[in-house]
Design a protein around this ligand. Structure first.
Ligand SMILES: *Cc1c(COP(=O)(O)O)cnc(C)c1O
Length: 228
């Protein structure tokens, strides 16, 4: 990714949105099938408002405390809230009170909490593409069981799979693995066809691989404040 440190937010936003549209056309995709979420973690609400003024509606956050504060400060905006951070079980109910989509469902203990509240939420199951079980995401071997359990919870709708490409793997290869995992669960969940994958450094590859939800931070927002 080229670095244009002196660019303004509108310039970065329009440049990335244009690249997304071009990559979509190049891949034979309908650009309307691709949702771009701008990840605003660690940035102030003023940045969200500026993006909203440019037409952005889908916003993503990683930490409950930050997200709930921003949500309460933007009730005048018509925003779709995405939560994509690692989620502690004891925060799941609280996140479901404002998040429209949770991208980081990765274990049954979260589902149990989501089943124990009234608000409906769309979910992606996050798959761990690394060999390290300590990272976020369910290991592929555990995916079918988690899909079945998710389908049994009426408060959630399973949209599909979410993944982060590992640092040490070509993103295109990693995203291909996600496609194979998705094919594997389609007999269980034929409607769970969405793919949440693609970040600032690999969204073009993700679009080629069929991503429906891009989660883009720094390429649009600029660098996050230091120390985070
Ligand atoms: C921070 C984050 C993003 C956005 O990352 P960028 O590299 O800044 O685009 C996307 N997905 C997840 C899960 C994140 O934590």
């Amino acid at each position: 990714m080229e670095d244009h440190p002196s660019d303004t937010l509108p310039e970065r936003y329009h440049r990335v949105m244009n690249r997304i549209a071009e990559a979509g056309l190049a891949a034979g995709r309908d650009p309307g099938d691709i949702t771009t979420i701008v990840v605003t973690k660690f940035h102030p609400v003023s940045l969200m408002r500026e993006l909203y003024g440019l037409g952005q509606r889908d916003f993503g956050e990683n930490r409950h405390q930050e997200a709930v504060a921003k949500h309460s400060e933007t009730t005048d905006l018509d925003v779709v809230w995405h939560f994509q951070g690692q989620l502690q079980s004891n925060k799941a109910k609280a996140v479901a009170q404002y998040a429209d989509v949770i991208h980081s469902l990765d274990r049954e203990s979260l589902l149990i909490k989501l089943a124990d509240q009234d608000r409906h939420v769309d979910v992606f199951i996050e798959v761990n593409l690394t060999d390290d079980p300590g990272r976020g995401g369910v290991m592929p071997a555990g995916l079918p069981a988690l899909v079945e359990k998710t389908l049994g919870v009426s408060q959630v709708t399973l949209r599909g799979l979410m993944a982060v490409a590992p640092q040490d793997e070509e993103p295109a290869r990693a995203f291909e693995r996600v496609n194979i995992l998705r094919e594997g669960i389609l007999p269980l969940a034929p409607h769970a066809t969405d793919l949440s994958m693609g970040m600032s450094g690999d969204y073009v590859e993700a679009i080629s691989a069929g991503a429906t939800h891009l989660r883009i931070g720094t390429a649009i927002t600029g660098k996050r404040p230091p120390g985070v």
